[in-house]
Design a binder for this molecule. Structure first.
Ligand code: GAL
Length: 656
């Protein structure tokens, strides 16, 4: 996805290489520390740092006061040490003088409360006043550093939408109305799309429309969906405004911003963002749990496809513990390198951390860094320097394309948003988890899969579309054409249910996919917590069942329910269509159940593992042209035969 052909990598001279570094916050340290930093960075193999992300208050101490001298010094020191700067536009956190003078730039939450300064990113994406001040800062920075030899890229804001994804202020209301007018043209069209005859919500004037603020009862779901779309757009629009300034003054410097392709972050449709950046950059943090490692791979995989197969930038991850989970375990030996190299395996050409030197003060002082509180005499710093050396030796990987897999998992932010709205058959459904479960099951079977945005061309042998809830007519047509051309589609419960306005496709579920799948569902049968159903293939379902009838003679029942209200009915079906097929899984099987089901579906799609049988499940395989990455998924050593021994949590990179 995205404009792969327009991608630009860092402004720098010399041979291709994998970049290595971190966020660097020198303003938190006395000047004497800075040369020390550069020396230790060199010792660690650092090639690039992101600098200035939270520096607004230092760079502009007052409305007409500027102080660039310290940043000049830092930039010069970096350049002197041969280290590049991914220079931030410093707009992530507005300084107190600005928010005091203009409290109307502050976010307003759903209940109408002000979100006060004291943390960071407390600004409204739609505030004209914020924009004016922020763009002035961006202009000053661009003019000052345009010709600086360390400047390799621009880093707009920071994780746009992390804290300010939804704003319910009057500025937001005005911009929302403007966006809606553009989308619908007339109130008649909006009333139709929002289904406003429900609960007497019909609008007769645009001014009556407000963001979905705290209401007495459930809010109109299409209003919620459009507000989600609008909020994402408003942030993108803000990004574009900064980018326009940067492009004007530094046309040869690429511009990016760091995405957050992670399960807990769903407000930004990164498929839409991907076309806006010169190179894709992502932040990823591991959240402990049984699928933590697979989730990292899933995120890296999806990010690589957002980048259209081009190299991308891992802008942040952690060397060890984070500080924002309820409990923050340190990484185990080997994990730092394995996590980093998994991103590289999926196309990252830069591996960066948050942050270079662990803070002494502030909310993130217990967050790990490349240079921890313990200093250079520490296991973390040694692992950091080892990884630096390893990445330096892997320069032949830089720029190499990922080799496509035979299986794709479709990822769709809009289905994620809509499938998890309230007032649904269950509030227990988790879109991202279902997609991840399929990924884990494929890894367990030793099958490589690509995680691709739903808008990408459908060209894999098998396409798995978990909870593809929102299926506009055009998508139904694409899926139909894919199957007609011999593709093998697999989809799940709660897919194909609504159109782009979140209106039900009538006539029985899964409306948009009913004929393609050759089934018809009269009613959903969500399961209570702890309730399970047995299937005839020995698997166990949770969360969901369907009251399903097979409607087409070519639809085969692969498994039926053996217990529960649907006992005797089809649970899993597959309709053959020419040399293609369309399969449906009506319950949540989890990774274990899916790995029972998948071998049959894969075999019929002529997909097989590229790994030796003894490695399947224990090792993840990822391929970039010229290199095979074998990643140990376990805490045990794995014998790779002629390729040696893979230590626990180790990664072996083998030329091919
Ligand atoms: C990121 C953020 C960084 C830092 C990091 C800590 O979300 O961009 O500034 O806060 O988290 O994990």
């Amino acid at each position: 996805m995205g404009n792969a052909e327009n991608r630009r990598w860092l402004r720098r001279a010399g041979q291709a290489r994998l970049e290595y570094g971190a966020d660097y916050n020198p303003e938190q340290w006395p000047r004497e520390v800075w040369p020390e930093d550069v020396r230790a960075m060199r010792a660690a193999g650092v090639t690039i740092v992101s600098v200035g992300i939270f520096s607004w208050a230092r760079l502009q101490p007052g409305p007409d006061r500027w102080d660039f001298a310290w940043l000049d010094e830092v930039m010069d020191l970096l350049h002197g040490g041969g280290i590049l700067a991914d220079l931030a536009t410093a707009t992530a956190s507005p300084p107190p003088w600005l928010t005091t003078a203009y409290p109307e730039i502050l976010l307003i939450d759903q209940r109408g409360n002000t979100v006060w300064p004291g943390g960071r990113q407390h600004w409204r994406p739609t505030s004209p006043i914020f924009r004016e001040h922020a763009l002035r800062l961006v202009r000053e920075l661009a003019l000052r550093y345009a010709g600086h030899p360390a400047l390799a890229a621009w880093h707009v804001g920071n994780e746009l939408g992390a804290h300010n994804g939804h704003d319910f202020s009057d500025d937001a209301a005005a911009a929302f109305r403007h966006w809606l007018r553009h989308r619908y043209g007339t109130l008649t069209a909006l009333n139709e799309a929002w289904g406003t005859d429900f609960w007497s919500q019909r609008y007769t004037d645009w001014a009556q429309i407000i963001p979905p603020r705290q209401a007495a009862a459930q809010i109109n779901p299409t209003c919620l969906l459009d507000f989600q779309r609008f909020s994402d757009y408003a942030l993108r629009e803000y990004y574009r405004a900064e980018r326009a300034v940067l492009r004007k003054f530094t046309p040869d410097v690429p511009v990016t911003t760091n995405f957050m392709v992670m399960p807990g972050v769903r407000r930004m449709d990164y498929a839409a963002w991907a076309g806006e950046v010169d190179f894709v950059a992502n932040d990823h943090y591991v959240v402990p749990g049984p699928q933590a490692r697979d989730e990292l791979s899933f995120s890296a995989n999806l990010t690589g496809h957002l980048a259209g197969g081009q190299p991308w930038f891992l802008m942040e991850h952690s060397t060890s513990a984070v500080n924002w989970q309820p409990v923050n375990p340190a990484k185990k030996p080997g994990e730092l390198a394995r996590d980093s190299l998994t991103h590289v395996a999926h196309g990252a050409d830069a591996v960066c951390f948050f942050q270079w030197r662990q803070s002494r003060a502030g909310a993130e002082k217990y967050h790990s860094a490349m240079l921890p509180h313990a200093g250079e005499q520490s296991a973390v710093f040694r692992a950091v320097a080892e990884l630096g050396a390893r990445l330096a030796a892997l320069s032949s990987v830089a720029g190499s394309a990922r080799v496509p897999a035979d299986v794709a998992i479709l990822f769709d932010w809009e289905s994620w948003w809509v499938a998890e709205q309230d007032s649904h058959p269950t509030d227990r459904l988790r879109y991202h988890q279902e997609a991840l479960d399929w990924y884990t099951a494929l890894l367990d079977l030793g099958i490589r899969a690509d995680v691709v945005p739903v808008g990408d061309p459908l060209r894999h042998r098998m396409v798995i579309a978990p909870i593809l809830h929102m299926v506009p007519g055009s998508l139904a047509d694409r899926l139909g054409a894919y199957v007609a051309e011999g593709g093998h589609l697999v989809t799940t419960y709660f897919s194909g249910i609504v159109d782009q306005n979140d209106h039900i496709w009538p006539g029985g579920y899964p409306g948009a996919l009913r004929d393609l799948l050759g089934i018809r569902i009269e009613e959903f049968g969500p399961l209570l917590d702890g309730e399970t159903v047995e299937l005839s293939n020995g698997t166990v379902g949770t969360l969901w069942t369907d009251h399903l009838d097979v409607t087409d003679p070519a639809t085969e029942v692969l498994a039926e329910y053996r217990s529960g209200d649907q006992a005797g009915r089809a649970a899993i079906t597959r309709r053959a269509i020419g040399s293609g097929s369309a399969a449906y899984v009506s319950t949540r099987l989890g990774p274990r159940g899916l790995s029972v089901l998948l071998p049959d579906l894969l075999e019929r799609a002529a997909v097989s593992s590229e790994l030796a049988p003894e490695l399947r499940g224990r090792v993840e395989l990822a391929i970039r042209s010229g290199h095979r990455f074998l990643i140990n998924r376990t805490d045990e050593p794995v014998d790779l035969g002629v390729d040696g021994l893979l230590p626990p949590r180790g990664v072996q990179i083998i030329p091919r």
